[in-house]
Write a protein that binds this ligand. Structure first.
Ligand SMILES: Cc1cc2nc3c(=O)[nH]c(=O)nc-3n(C[C@H](O)[C@H](O)[C@H](O)COP(=O)(O)OP(=O)(O)OC[C@H]3O[C@@H](n4cnc5c(N)ncnc54)[C@H](O)[C@@H]3O)c2cc1C
Length: 490
């Protein structure tokens, strides 16, 4: 029996972030009727917080010719190989090919809508492994998403806010629509010739983090207001409809001071490659790893309790205030930004008892942190001796970050790992069609993009190619809608 619907569109898009709006805009440009269902009351999702996106062989790279750092802009071939190598070949080559071939188009499209790119290069100025793929737009992600939203509306896309998609409607093997809940809580059945899942992954869902990631969900923190609506709804609906997955447990993690945001100076200080100890009071890694926030986030999440303590002495605090950070975090904590609020923020955190510690001796600091003071003091002594020798052989730390801990008062900040988004997701092919777990064939009528599409990453987010997630979201959404349009138009 034919399905009955309350309303029908050519394409139904689930989620209004970068991937959803890119799909919607492309569908509308192809002359199709498109609706975007958005769970939140506003558009944009976590894409509003992105600072920039990756692209290969873009018009901006070509115009600039020589980047500020490293020696050249990468080719698509270099990009392809970097994704494959970084993931130990755990990426889906079809998806990686889609990425390197379609991200440059995003730059031209956004420029045609009025976006101006102010910088093209690497993300962290101190990270020599990065490729020069990061395109930073004026006004960052929030402006870009606003511009794309307006373009969608002008092109005739309809947006239903506060209207979460709940399940997919199937007819045989094919997906033919979506059940959504309107703002009054009423179910609406929406017919579609194609459905694009673009609901931003499951970073806001602790149960899914526990189930799919290699970390304990209790070790993964959330930053207030960032991605809490991204609860894996799209992935769960697709899995219920027979979809396969690809490296589903991959998360984009970032170190933050306990209960502090990304721009706080205490978080900025804590993510420097200073001395770090674990709950046993011992060093556990080469802290130089913090140059990639994503790698350092993974390392911290794997520690006991998901905790690492960044340890400073008075000289280091003075250095971070007067000279600025040794490493940056994009626009959140700029490279060499003077962390002038640090002393005040430490005082506040100590007073509030939120996992920042201050003491006049190393032993007292260890005791305040709940560590064995003797073990902690031995760790600091050994580290200082190795700093003096200019070679920290325990984990072969880079010499430029060797700063001994000698001058009181002494400080420690508890650093946790917070999730920005999940980046492992549904199995898609190079057209962003969702692939069935049972058959390995595309599920007719079903697409996924952005953080709901897997295959660009292995088990860790790749910061060697900065801006990958946002670049992927824009490009993948467009490719999905383009393929859907070709099927719909026959
Ligand atoms: C602070 C921060 C900074 C970042 N910076 C960068 C960066 O500089 N570069 C980069 O590449 N990446 C960055 N990212 C990652 C960024 O999230 C991705 O790059 C990408 O933009 C995600 O796009 P998306 O469309 O998949 O998801 P989102 O933009 O998160 O959109 C998903 C949308 O789906 C909606 N939704 C969820 N469930 C449903 C449902 N059931 N029904 C309807 N709608 C639903 C959500 O409300 C949301 O609006 C950052 C992330 C954060 C949090």
């Amino acid at each position: 029996m034919a399905e009955s619907f309350d309303v029908e569109y050519d394409i139904v898009v689930i989620g209004s972030g970068a991937s959803g709006k890119s799909a919607a805009f492309e569908g509308a440009r192809q002359g199709l009727s498109v609706v975007v269902l958005e769970k939140a009351a506003v558009q944009g999702g976590t894409s509003n917080f992105a600072e920039g996106q990756t692209a290969f062989e873009s018009s901006e790279q070509k115009a600039r010719k020589v980047p500020d750092y490293n020696d050249h802009y990468p080719s698509r071939t270099e990009g392809f190989n970097r994704y494959m190598d970084y993931s130990s070949k755990r990426c889906n080559p079809e998806v990686v090919r889609m990425q390197v071939n379609n991200t440059a188009e995003t730059i031209d499209l956004m420029k045609s809508l009025g976006i101006v790119y102010t910088y093209v290069g690497i993300y962290a100025y101190d990270q020599p492994a990065e490729l020069n793929t990061f395109h930073r737009p004026e006004g960052l992600g929030a402006h870009m998403q606003e511009v794309l939203y307006k373009a969608c509306v002008d092109a005739g896309v309809e947006f239903f806010f506060s209207t979460p998609a709940k399940s997919l409607i199937k007819d045989g093997d094919a997906v033919v629509g979506v059940v959504a809940e309107d703002s009054d809580g009423k179910a609406i059945r929406i017919g579609a010739k194609a459905v694009v899942i673009a609901s931003g992954g499951f970073g806001g869902n602790d149960d899914m983090i526990e189930k799919y990631s290699r970390f304990q969900s209790k070790n993964i923190h959330h930053i207030e207001g960032l991605g809490t609506d991204n609860t894996g709804d799209g992935a769960n609906m697709a899995i219920a409809a027979g979809a396969g997955t690809w490296e589903m447990g991959c998360l984009m993690l970032i170190p933050t001071a306990h209960e502090r945001g990304l721009t706080s100076h205490i978080s900025g200080a804590g993510m420097q490659p200073v001395l770090y100890v674990n709950k046993k009071g011992q060093r556990f890694w080469d802290e130089h790893c913090a140059l990639s926030f994503a790698d350092w986030g993974n390392v911290l999440a794997a520690q006991e309790g998901g905790v690492g303590y960044a340890v400073f002495d008075a000289d280091q605090v003075a250095h971070l205030v007067a000279d600025g950070s040794d490493i940056g975090l994009g626009d959140f904590i700029e490279y060499h930004q003077k962390l002038v609020n640090l002393p005040m923020e430490i005082d506040e955190a100590v007073a509030e008892g939120v996992m920042a510690f201050q003491a006049d001796s190393i032993e007292e600091l260890g005791a305040a942190m709940g560590l064995d003071p003797a073990v902690f003091a031995a760790t600091v002594e050994r580290y200082n001796a190795q700093c003096d020798a200019g070679f920290v052989e325990d984990f072969f730390k880079q010499p430029e970050f060797l700063r001994p801990i000698r001058k009181g008062p002494f400080y420690a900040v508890e650093m946790n790992s917070a999730v920005l988004v999940s980046t492992g997701a549904l199995h898609v092919n190079g057209n962003m069609q969702v692939v069935a777990a049972a058959t390995g064939e595309p599920i007719p009528g079903l697409y996924a993009a952005g953080m709901d599409a897997g295959g660009l990453f292995g088990d860790a987010y790749n910061l060697d190619v900065p801006g990958s997630a946002n670049g992927f979201s824009h490009a993948g959404g467009r490719v999905a809608a383009r393929h859907a349009a070709s099927v719909i138009k026959g």
